[in-house]
Design a protein around this ligand. Structure first.
Ligand SMILES: Nc1ncnc2c1ncn2[C@@H]1O[C@H](COP(=O)(O)OP(=O)(O)O)[C@@H](O)[C@H]1O
Ligand SMILES: [Mg+2]
Length: 211
């Protein structure tokens, strides 16, 4: 089963002579359970592709189907709900809320979605990621690698159909321990799309596309 299908995707920034064709008619698919890394130089369009695939930005053309639902064409509200329930993001700059502690950061998206606290799953994730003794710390009290693990825990906690990670190589330690620290099978994650430039990470991918 394809968890992600992208057909003839096109994205242009600006208009006329100064416009930038960031995504120029790209098609690909990702099967359930697949780890995919998309590799390319700076400015080649990786973040744009991540934002479009995750429904954070709109394409100028083409079709995106996630978990059997076409997201291109969804209204803003429908897309927001779909995103919250199906897509986990790990951003390059982590996007943690500075005035919330680690526990509240991890729980925030599901709290906004009015989902019940799943204590057992929360403990499983935070222990697997070595965060169990950091739960009352604030992001500013954590190292970059620890902050990234919080962002990963937050993405995993919502049990998304896919996880999109933009250059998740900020912490070399984490990359080295990726397969162990993120128990993909344990959490039945469908895929991890890893949009990276660092070649060290590529070996964890089942399929690699070089732009
Ligand atoms: N919001 C934007 N407005 C205009 N141009 C943009 C915008 N975002 C990205 N671009 C341009 O689109 C191209 C792809 O950028 P990006 O997707 O950020 O690449 P990458 O993540 O691979 O470094 C670049 O030429 C960049 O300058
Ligand atoms: Mg980028």
């Amino acid at each position: 089963m394809n968890i992600v299908e992208v057909h003839d995707l096109y994205k242009e920034y600006g208009k006329g002579e100064t416009s930038v064709k960031a995504i120029n008619h790209i098609s690909f698919h990702v099967e359930k359970g697949e780890f995919l890394a998309i590799v390319g130089t700076s400015g080649s369009g990786k973040s744009t592709l991540l934002n479009l695939t995750g429904g954070l930005d709109r394409a100028n053309g083409g079709k995106i189907i996630i978990n059997g639902r076409e997201i291109t064409g969804m209204t803003g509200d429908a897309l927001t709900v779909f995103r919250r329930e199906n897509i986990g993001f790990i951003f390059q700059e982590f996007n943690l809320v500075t005035h919330l502690d680690v526990k509240k950061n991890i729980l925030l998206p599901m709290k906004l979605a009015k989902k019940k606290f799943d204590k057992q799953f929360f403990q499983l994730i935070t222990t697997s990621l070595g965060l169990e003794d950091k739960l009352d710390r604030y992001p500013s009290q954590l190292s970059g690698g620890q902050q990234q693990r919080v962002a990963i825990a937050r993405a995993l906690y919502s049990k998304p159909a896919i996880i999109l990670a933009d250059e998740p190589t900020g912490s070399v330690t984490l990359v080295q321990h990726y397969p162990k620290e993120i128990p993909v099978i344990l959490f039945s994650l469908s895929i991890l799309i890893s949009l990276i430039t660092d070649r060290h990470s590529v070996r964890f991918s089942s399929r690699v596309s070089v732009s």
